[in-house]
Design a protein around this ligand. Sequence first.
Ligand code: GRG
Length: 303
Amino acid sequence: DDRNSPQDEQFDLHTYLAEGKTLVEAALDRALPVIYPERIYDAMRYSLLAGGKRLRPILCLTTCEMVGGTREMALPTACALEMVHTMSLIHDDLPSMDNDDYRRGKLTNHKVFGDDVAILAGDGLLAYAFEHIAVETQDVPPANILKVVARLGRAVGAAGLVGGQIVDLESEGKPDIPLDTLQFIHTHKTAALLEASVVSGALLAGASTTEIEDLSRYAYQIGLAFQIVDDILDVTASSEVLGKTAGKDAKMQKATYPSLWGLEESKRQAQLAIADAISALQSFGEAARPLVEIAEFIIRRQY
Ligand code: GRG
């Protein structure tokens, strides 16, 4: 069924990503039917099925295949990663956090369902992510499933997303935080879940310790590059489109890579991160083609 396999001469990243997105979205839809009490399922589905690139689940499916597994083995974990990512966005958008009205081109969860339901929808998605991995994963040795559960738990909790978010909250309104604090925020808020995504697919397929270390380095570097590019885009977009970020002025009072490094050095650092991400994939050969191209895509995204 693989007409656009990584080994193909004709491999096309856009087709690959589009196919992955379709597969993941169908699985997410099936994973979460609406039952009683409907309101909570409606709220969970509202954000889970609101679009997005589905990059984390696609990375998980890709690395599982890359080390000799099948996409089917990784599909429940891929869905769980998107559930966790989505719940982090729901909670991040709340008035007590980032206070955003729009996400993925739609009203944020709390704008539609209220803060109380949005908090519960996030909690529901977080718990269901782990249940889904445990209940739905097939043809994988239980020891490997357990490693994935442990890795995902670490990526979400105080050692990951939650830890990054609290340092981010503490840094609000401080344009002069040190570089290592900025790095801490991004490696925990962004790179941790990307790393769990890349590593979990490989763990399910029984990857070796060396393979896991290489993939982990790849994920860390693309996570970093992703954030540097994001900061660069914020600068270039707000200087080009005046008023685009109106209302976010308080948040602009925060250190960014361009504010610490300058624009040119930020671009150079992003390039270096991507180059190192790609060099971490050397031992995988042609099978790593999607990962190589995803890394290149992150840096090409703009400026
Ligand atoms: C995880 C228990 C728990 C609570 C949440 C709010 C919070 C703690 C953490 C914040 C996490 C956060 C918002 C990180 C930013 C992540 C990021 C890079 C988002 C953008 O990801 P994309 O571009 O978005 O992949 P799409 O919409 O394409 O999925």
